[in-house]
Design a protein around this ligand. Structure first.
Ligand SMILES: O=C(O)C1=C[C@@H](OP(=O)(O)O)[C@@H](O)[C@H](O)C1
Ligand SMILES: C=C(OP(=O)(O)O)C(=O)O
Length: 459
């Protein structure tokens, strides 16, 4: 993995930056973009289901568009997104009954998206085709051995670069089920194995050291699959056929978290995020903010699909308390840890984020890169092999920070800068397009009542 210093050489490649002028707090209502994890899964399950799947409120962002392009390359008919709706005609058939996927005549590009590459490996491995997939420089540094190994045991033939890195070349077909215990709690690994198992012969069971997000299990059941599951495990008998469905995707709690934390750290703030996903395996961040002293109000809406959703309002207290985040909690807020580290800067006492070495294998090394950039803004942060230590409250002057090409870092740094004393610049913010197009404008609307500004412009 590249060091923070190595990655610095790519700083020049950033094409956009965000200028942040701090102010008095954030106020208002923000509609966050549709959930990224759910958009990937709805499209992928639709691709192997019988009939037509309609995905409403599909996330139109680079990561999920990469998934649609990969599915098209495999011969799946995909229309849209048009006004947020995607229509997919499924190509079931790896169990011999239908056409299945076509063999693509070009290399599939998963872009920056780990979810695309890992889930697609499991989705397509049961189909008797040869295909090659890769991604951008960040994705080509991320470990793929964790999906290669179980899929090979199931019968797929997979070649990769040394260290199990993409590009991957996969020859699939006629897989058998597997009982697999993962060494890290990863929804992507679990999902890849379940998607392959669904189209393989026999029992597939995945056990993980702690419960990870359960979207695949819920969505499989919604598409008509029979599976059994409990805390940290799921199993199914293959092969099974899915039936196309209409899915409405709620707002993404991982995107909302940037507003929730901004509200929590800026006294006098109040932010409401309507129609956001409330899956318990995704909203641990709200429990942490509550523990830290923020006022959190959750109003669930009537359920209308595989996932709970509702309105969330966060109000900032006059002071936050330090928190320790570790153990089984970590997979339930893995993508929110960068912005929770920003919350910790504003909390009284010493906060620790531990058992989170997985952060080093995301779009950037989210431990070293975040610590480095927070220091650029004037904050003091300690790193551990498996996390971060932060003593607060700290209020930095401000400065210039870089995203490392990582959307979550870019947005977390904007939130950190909003609570600074002087204006700051976050460089390399074009990566935000992978999950949250329009982030700067949305944050700017909330910031203006407190005379703060968040403005994106070309670098
Ligand atoms: O399954 C998913 O949709 C995701 C799972 C998580 O990754 P891991 O499975 O690698 O923990 C998360 O970090 C990622 O943003 C999305
Ligand atoms: C880790 C993330 O996504 P992915 O693994 O799909 O690249 C993320 O969105 O923070």
């Amino acid at each position: 993995m590249a060091t923070v210093k190595d990655q610095g050489s790519a700083a020049e490649s950033g094409s956009r930056l965000i200028q942040v002028t701090p102010g008095q707090g954030v106020r208002g209502t923000a509609f966050v973009p549709p959930d990224k994890s759910l958009s990937h899964r709805a499209a992928m399950l639709g691709a192997i289901a019988e009939g037509t799947t309609v995905v409403r409120s599909f996330l139109t962002a680079l990561d999920t568009l990469a998934t649609l392009d990969c599915l098209r390359a495999l011969g799946v008919e995909v229309a849209g997104p048009k006004d947020g709706t995607v229509i997919i005609k499924g190509r079931p058939g790896s169990s011999g009954a239908g056409a299945g996927f076509d063999e693509p005549d070009h290399v599939l590009d998963a872009g920056n998206s780990g979810t695309t590459l890992r889930l697609l490996a499991g989705l397509a491995a049961p189909h008797p085709i040869f295909w090659v997939a890769t991604g951008d420089a960040s994705l080509r540094r991320r470990p793929m051995g964790r999906v290669i190994e179980p899929l090979e045991r199931m019968g797929a033939r997979i070649m990769a670069r040394r260290g199990g890195l993409a590009p991957l070349a996969i020859t699939g077909g006629a897989l058998s089920g597997i009982v697999w215990r993962t060494s890290v709690a990863s929804a992507q690994v679990k999902s890849a194995i379940l998607l392959a198992g669904l189209q393989a012969r026999g029992l597939t069971r995945v056990e993980e050291p702690a419960q990870s997000r359960d979207h695949t299990e819920r969505m499989l059941a919604f598409f008509g699959a029979e599976l059994r599951r409990g805390e940290g495990w799921a199993e199914l008998q293959g092969p099974q056929r899915l039936r196309g469905r209409t899915v409405t995707v709620p707002g993404d709690p991982s995107s909302a978290a940037f507003f929730w934390v901004a509200a929590a750290i800026l006294p006098g703030s109040e932010v409401r995020t309507p129609e956001v996903g409330l899956n318990p395996t995704r909203i641990e961040v709200l429990r942490v903010l509550e523990e830290m002293g923020a006022e959190v109000d959750v109003r669930p809406a009537p359920e209308r699909g595989p996932e709970p959703a509702g309105d969330v309002t966060v109000r900032g207290p006059s002071e936050l308390r330090a928190v320790r985040i570790e153990g089984r909690r970590v997979p339930l807020l893995i993508d929110e840890l960068p912005v929770l580290a920003v919350a910790a800067l504003h909390a009284r006492g010493t906060s620790q984020i531990r058992d989170a070495a997985e952060l080093r294998y995301k779009e950037s090394d989210r431990i070293d890169a975040l610590a480095h950039e927070l220091r650029q803004l004037g904050f003091s942060v300690e790193t551990f092999p498996d996390g971060l230590g932060i003593s607060g409250p700290q209020r930095a002057l401000g400065g210039e920070a870089w995203s490392h090409g990582d959307h979550r870092l870019a947005m977390a740094l904007v939130v950190a800068a909003l609570a600074g004393k002087r204006p700051s610049v976050v460089k390399g913010t074009e990566c935000i397009e992978t999950s949250f197009p329009g982030f700067a404008a949305a944050m700017d609307r909330l910031a203006r009542p407190g005379n703060a500004r968040v403005v994106e412009q070309p670098a």
